[in-house]
Design a protein around this ligand. Sequence first.
Ligand SMILES: Cc1ncc(COP(=O)(O)O)c(C=O)c1O
Length: 525
Amino acid sequence: MSGPINSGKRRRAADAPAVLVDLDATSDRPLHRQVYDGLRDAILAGRLAAGARLPSTRALARDLGVARNTVTLAFEQLRTEGYVIGYRGGGTRVRNTTPDALLHVSRNAPARGQAEPLRSRSKPAIKLPRVRLPARGAALVAAGKDLGETSAARAFRLGVPALDAFPASLWARLVARRWRRGKVDLGEGHAAGDSALRATIADYVANARGVRCSPRQVFVVNGTQQAIDLISRVLLDREDDVWVEDPGYLHVRIALRDAGARLIPVPVDEEGLDVAAGERASPRARLAYVTPSHQFPLGPVMSAPRRLALLAWARRAKAWVLEDDYDSEFRYSGRPLPCLQGLDIERRGPGDEPCVLYVGTFSKTLAPGFRLGYLILPDALVEVFRDARAALDRFAPTLEQGVLADFIGEGHYARHVRRVRALYAERQETLIASATSELNGLLKLTPDAAGLHLVGWLRDGVSEVDAVRAAAAEGVEVSPLSRYRLTPQVAPAPGGLLLNYAGFDERAIRVGVRALRHALEVRRD
Ligand SMILES: Cc1ncc(COP(=O)(O)O)c(C=O)c1O
């Protein structure tokens, strides 16, 4: 269902904002963001004139058929950005001067001190310039449209770790100590990263994940996403085939498409990526992207025979394997299999070159805000990547790298990871317990031995889109599994919802599950 919500002719206060807001049920853009966008566009286009009074959040929520909190969030954002102001009595009005007007200087703008001509209320206040984009830019913009959500995270938004557990005062002390001791280098950083940090990472991944590397092979990146982007630029030509897991990680597909690669969807089953299916689809692919320790988003661990088959194929095809080990620190039971990178080095025959590029991130263990991760490169690629990085964004911020080197080197990182692992295990238990009592018959959640999120299966006949929309109207953020699929399901299969539990405390999880029950019960009626 898509289209203007509530286009009835009833007269409302102000300019009937409900008819100006287009809610799209098929969009992943949260509802509060859609309400905000609709009102902001209306203000900028003059459909909501300067001084116009907005209805109350309660009335607008009722007219749009959404939770009041959804509208409140949209109003708060508009207020923060200066589009509307509150006035005495609790109402909200459109400001006389929008922030956009202040940012644009028109050629015909009145000179200082000259009065601005009065505008007719019915004419658009500002014409937003339309930029004609080349196909590549347009594709990138379209891909990023519903990503980059910055509003306060609500249960169960994906990608949010336990920010409440971050050791902020310890971090602050380490930063201050560096400044005090004059250990902050404000000059040029090294393209491959801070040497102390590279050494501590090499130690850490050897012990924790069985990676076989020297500090020289460690390359500090601004998160996994930059590693994928660099790999695409350096190792792929346009039209090269790349195997990607289906369903799989959305962001990797965006970077690969931007580089002009052809995505070859390879199905995933309970043993992880189906290597034989990949070989049938594209035996001469240049790269395979895999999440072997905990497949994203379904969760299976890649079996040992599949690992060996993948490495054997890569050697035959002279292809690269990109191993994304994004949440391997969070395994709650069973022993983790060592990573593919270590296996690649161990099982190498005479004349075989290493083919695995291993990526790890601090986004899950510390916080995504640091934008720090690492790429472990085969020896032959170390200088190649250093030169390529130097030509692009040059190097990662130096102060954060230095502080992180201290944090890991002094044992704080290992302690922090242990602490959050226990916390995540508890949070997963809370989600399972709460879902068992509240979501019985509505959403089937089973425990997972690893990771930060769970997949919940809907009853037959309930569409993911409807469920996501109903959840959003109750103030809950869940992601539809179909968003991560490249190949649409042929046979009618149960829909799936992804629920991140790691970033939310016990209360938020319980409140979120209860709200989800209301949402899914409505779907049942
Ligand atoms: C599969 C996968 N890889 C990597 C990441 C981390 O990305 P980054 O390091 O760019 O923050 C995520 C985060 O959600 C993920 O889901």
